[in-house]
Write a protein that binds this ligand. Structure first.
Ligand code: UDP
Ligand code: MG
Length: 167
């Protein structure tokens, strides 16, 4: 079954110059990249992304981590991969959430670490199931940023606003 999955290269992955490496590993899946961008991560976006973990003791540190406050990199790389069994393929390559438990050859096993405050800095986010993937992709991307029609859209009038154009 064809699926979409959200991948984030987290700020530690960017700081450690792992972008190329991670994309090369993900290319083993033969999945198609249908969206990609660098994104600044507002507090609202980070909190919404990790809303299932609001009650955890590490939540505040996790939000700081995703926003790049721990790595002086105020951005992440966000991508949508699409194809057969995309979620399992990407999660298998990523490895377990805890980098100490992740297979040593997996992305998280190779490059992740646990900080002294207990946050798993595991360099990459991968959606955990199809419902989460849809929720997350719709959170991180607008329909026109994705080159295939993944989910239903509707027409909406754009409110006129100031925007930057090339000088
Ligand atoms: N995390 C953590 N400590 C934990 C569990 C999770 O620091 O005990 C962090 C880790 O960065 C993880 C993220 O919170 O990637 C989201 O957790 P989730 O359980 O959704 O794991 P994932 O889907 O990323 O494998
Ligand atoms: Mg998760």
């Amino acid at each position: 079954m064809n699926q979409a999955v959200l991948i984030l290269i987290k700020p530690d992955g960017l700081k450690k110059s792992l972008t190329g490496n991670i994309l090369t590993r993900l290319s083993e899946t033969k999945l198609e990249i249908v969206a990609a961008k660098m994104a600044r991560v507002s507090r609202e976006l980070a909190t919404e992304h990790y809303k299932h973990l609001t009650d955890k003791p590490f939540f505040d540190d996790l939000i700081k981590y995703l926003r790049g406050e721990l790595h002086d990199r105020r951005k992440v790389m966000a991508l949508v991969y699409w194809g057969e069994d995309a979620i399992k393929k990407c999660r298998d390559l990523a490895g377990a959430t805890n980098p100490e438990e992740a297979e040593s050859t997996s992305i998280r096993g190779s490059y992740g670490r646990i900080t002294t405050s207990g946050v798993y800095e595991n360099v990459i986010h991968v959606s955990s199931n199809a419902d989460e993937a849809q929720r997350e992709i719709q959170l991180w991307f607008a329909p026109e940023e994705i080159i295939v029609d993944l989910y239903p859209v509707k027409e909406a009038a754009e409110i006129k606003r100031q925007k930057k154009i090339w000088a």
